[in-house]
Design a protein around this ligand. Structure first.
Ligand code: ATP
Ligand code: MG
Length: 561
C-alpha cells in the first residue's frame, strides 16, 4: 500500500482538521527532536517515519533538532551517529537545529518573565522543594522565596548565570499555581546551575534550561506547527501551552503539541539509557553491535532502510502504548531481502561427502541462478568436485519417510548439480558419522534437460566443494533478552533477562564466489537465512552476520512451550 492510499492516522486527522479550519498548508512545519545522549533505536524510527512522513505528505519542512540541554549526558559522537542514522533511513531534514542555539533567547525570555512577576529564584534545597510539591490530591505549599522582589530575582538570576553559585544553591522557577491539580504546573523549575562544559557552547553557560521550558519555545522559534511527542508528555501539554502563552505573538504560528504512543519491541529494550548500560557493562560490544535494537545495530545486522520504514508504516501510529512482536520486524526484512539478496551456498555445520564414482582429478563449474525472484540478477558458476560438504543435519543413516534429506540407500538432489545416492558412511570411535560415501548420476545434471535430470526426488540440499570452499567466520545472533518485556518487571532489573546465548561464532564453508565480498554485502545462504558481510572482515577473513533465518524459529519454540 503506498503512503497516499492508506487511511489517515489520528494525527493526520488533526492536521486535516486544522487545514479545514483555515490553517495554511504552507505554514505546516515539523521536527524530529532527539536528545544526543545515545544512539537512535527502533522506537525512534517510528517517530522519524512519522515526522518526516508528514513532511513528505504535506510537502512541508522537517527540522532535525537536537534537544541538547543536559551537558552531563550529551556528546558530539551521538550527534554524528543520529545524523548518520536519519540520513541512512532515507530522510532529508530542512535545517539542523540545536536547542543550545536558543540559550540566549531563552535567557532573555526568562528575564522578561521575571520582570513580569512570572518567575522567581528559589533558594531551597531540592529536598525542601520536593516536600512542598504536595500530592496529586493535596495542594503544594508555596516556597518562602516565591514573593521575592523583581530586583532581587534579577540580581540572583544574573549571578547564577555569572557562575557565582554552586550547583543546587538556587534554581529559577515559573510562578504558576501550587494548587493546580496538574503537579507539573506547581511552579516548575526553568533553570538549574550546572558547572559542566557543553558539547557545543562549551563553558559559555553554567545555567541550563529544563526540557519543558526549552521544548515549546524551540518549537515556536522554529515555527513548528505540530509538535508530536510520545504519551509521557501528555501531562506536560498544559505547561507547554503556559510557557507559549508568555511569548507568542499574534501573527506567528503557535505550535501545537500532540501525543502518540511509544513503540516497544519484544525481547529488547528501547531506551537510550538502558541501551547505554548494555554497552557500558560489556553485554554487547558497542552501540552498533548487531544484537542491539539501535538503527546502527540493525544496519550492521543487515537490515535495509526499506524494511525499517515498512515496519514503522505497518505498525502505524497508536494512541495507547503496546508491545510489538519483533517477528514483525523480522518479517519485513525477510520480505525485502527475499527480493534483493542473491542466493549462494554455504555450509555451517559440515559433513564430508565423497562422490565415489566421480574422478579425483575432475572438477566442473556449474551454472547457478542468482535469484529466482529476480531474473535480472543473472547466473554464476559454482565448482563441483569429488569431495563436498553438506550440513550434518541433512544426513541420517536411517529415518522415516518424512525425512526428505539424505539417508542410506536414498537419493537427493544437490542444488544446481547432480542427484546423489548415499551408499555407506564412516563413523568415529564415538559413533558419530564423519563421512558419507555417495554415488552420483552423471546424467542428472540440473538444467541439462535429460530424462534423468527431470526425475523427481523429494529433497534438494545445498553443498560446497571442499577444496574450493571459502572459510569464513559466521556470527549467529539470537534474541538479546529471553523475556518478552525485560524492563517491565517490578522487582527485577532488566539486565537479569539477558540471553547468555545471544551470540554464537562458528566457521562456515562458503562457495568461492563470495571471495572479496564488500562490507555490507547481503546474501541468502540457501536453506539457512540471510547474511551480510560485517565491517570486522579483513582481506584474509570474511565475517558474516546472520540477519535473520528463513523462517521464524522462535514462534515454533514458543508454540511448543
Ligand atoms: P530514550 O528513553 O530512548 O532516550 P527519549 O524519548 O528520551 O527516548 P528522545 O531522544 O528524547 O528519546 O526522542 C526523540 C523523539 O523520539 C521524541 O519525540 C520521542 O518521543 C520519540 N521516541 C523515543 N522513543 C520512542 C519510541 N519507543 N516510540 C516512538 N517514539 C519514540
Ligand atoms: Mg529524552
Amino acid at each position: 500500500m503506498s503512503d497516499s492510499e492508506r487511511p489517515l492516522n489520528f494525527l493526520e486527522h488533526i492536521i486535516e482538521e486544522d487545514l479545514k479550519n483555515g490553517f495554511s498548508k504552507e505554514a505546516l512545519r515539523f521536527r524530529f527532536p532527539p536528545e544526543p545522549n545515545g544512539y537512535l533505536h527502533i522506537g525512534h524510527a517510528s517517530s522519524i517515519c512519522l515526522n518526516f512522513g508528514l513532511g513528505l505528505r504535506y510537502n512541508a519542512p522537517v527540522n532535525l533538532r537536537f534537544d541538547d540541554t543536559n551537558p552531563a549526558k550529551e556528546e558530539q559522537e551521538f550527534v554524528d551517529a543520529i545524523k548518520r542514522d536519519v540520513e541512512w533511513l532515507g530522510y532529508k531534514w530542512d535545517t539542523e537545529r540545536y536547542a543550545s542555539d536558543y540559550f540566549q533567547q531563552l535567557y532573555d525570555w526568562s528575564i522578561f518573565l521575571i520582570k513580569d512577576g512570572k518567575a522567581y529564584v528559589d533558594s531551597q534545597t531540592s529536598e525542601e522543594m520536593a516536600t512542598q510539591k504536595g500530592t496529586p490530591t493535596e495542594s503544594g505549599t508555596e516556597s518562602p522565596f516565591r514573593n521575592r522582589s523583581v530586583e532581587e530575582n534579577l540580581e540572583l538570576f544574573e549571578a547564577m548565570k555569572a557562575g557565582k553559585f554552586d550547583e543546587g544553591k538556587h534554581v529559577l522557577r515559573a510562578k504558576i499555581d501550587m494548587t493546580s491539580s496538574n503537579m507539573l504546573m506547581r511552579d516548575p523549575i526553568m533553570y538549574r546551575v550546572l558547572h559542566k562544559a557543553h558539547h557545543r557552547t562549551n563553558t559559555d553557560w553554567c545555567i541550563y534550561p529544563m526540557y519543558d521550558w526549552t521544548h515549546g519555545e524551540s518549537d515556536y522559534i522554529e515555527q513548528v506547527s505540530h509538535s508530536l511527542c510520545t504519551l509521557e508528555f501528555a501531562m506536560h501539554r498544559e505547561l507547554y501551552d503556559w510557557f507559549l502563552d508568555q511569548v507568542v505573538e499574534k501573527e506567528k504560528v503557535r505550535p501545537k503539541q500532540r501525543e502518540f504512543a511509544r513503540r516497544n519491541l519484544s525481547h529488547t529494550v528501547v531506551s537510550k539509557r538502558k541501551l547505554a548500560r548494555l554497552v557500558e557493562e560489556g553485554v554487547v560490544d558497542s552501540w552498533d553491535d548487531p544484537r542491539m535494537p539501535t538503527i546502527s545495530g540493525l544496519r550492521r545486522r543487515g537490515y535495509s532502510p526499506e524494511s525499517i520504514r515498512s515496519f514503522a508504516d505497518t505498525i502505524g501510529i497508536a494512541k495507547r502504548d503496546n508491545l510489538i512482536d519483533v517477528s514483525l520486524l523480522e518479517f519485513q526484512v525477510r520480505n525485502h531481502l527475499n527480493k534483493v539478496a542473491p542466493r549462494v551456498m554455504g555450509v555451517l555445520n559440515p559433513l564430508k561427502v565423497v562422490i565415489t564414482n566421480y574422478s579425483e582429478d575432475s572438477e566442473e563449474w556449474l551454472d547457478a541462478e542468482n535469484n529466482p525472484e529476480d531474473e535480472s540478477a543473472g547466473m554464476r558458476k559454482v565448482p563441483f568436485s569429488k569431495e563436498i560438504y553438506i550440513e550434518q543435519e541433512d544426513f541420517r543413516e536411517e529415518a522415516n519417510k518424512k525425512f526428505f534429506r539424505l539417508k542410506l540407500g536414498k537419493e537427493v538432489r544437490l542444488k544446481n548439480a547432480y542427484i546423489i545416492k548415499a551408499e555407506s558412511c564412516t563413523k568415529d570411535s564415538h559413533g558419530n558419522v564423519i563421512e558419507v560415501q555417495c554415488a552420483y548420476d552423471p546424467k542428472s545434471k540440473s538444467g541439462s534437460g535429460t530424462e534423468e535430470s527431470l526425475r523427481k526426488v523429494k529433497g534438494t540440499l545445498h553443498w560446497v566443494s571442499t577444496k574450493h570452499a571459502l572459510k569464513a567466520e559466521v556470527r549467529l545472533y539470537d534474541r538479546l533478552f529471553t523475556d518478552e518485556s525485560p524492563d517491565t518487571h517490578k522487582d527485577k532489573d532488566f539486565m537479569e533477562f539477558v540471553n547468555p546465548d545471544s551470540l554464537k561464532v562458528i566457521t562456515g564453508y562458503l562457495e568461492p564466489s563470495l571471495k572479496g565480498s564488500n562490507i555490507g554485502t547481503q546474501v541468502q545462504f540457501q536453506r539457512l537465512g540471510y547474511f551480510c558481510v560485517d565491517p570486522d572482515s579483513t582481506s584474509e577473513k570474511l565475517v558474516f552476520n546472520r540477519t535473520v533465518g528463513l523462517r521464524d524459529s522462535w514462534a515454533k519454540i514458543e508454540q511448543k512451550n
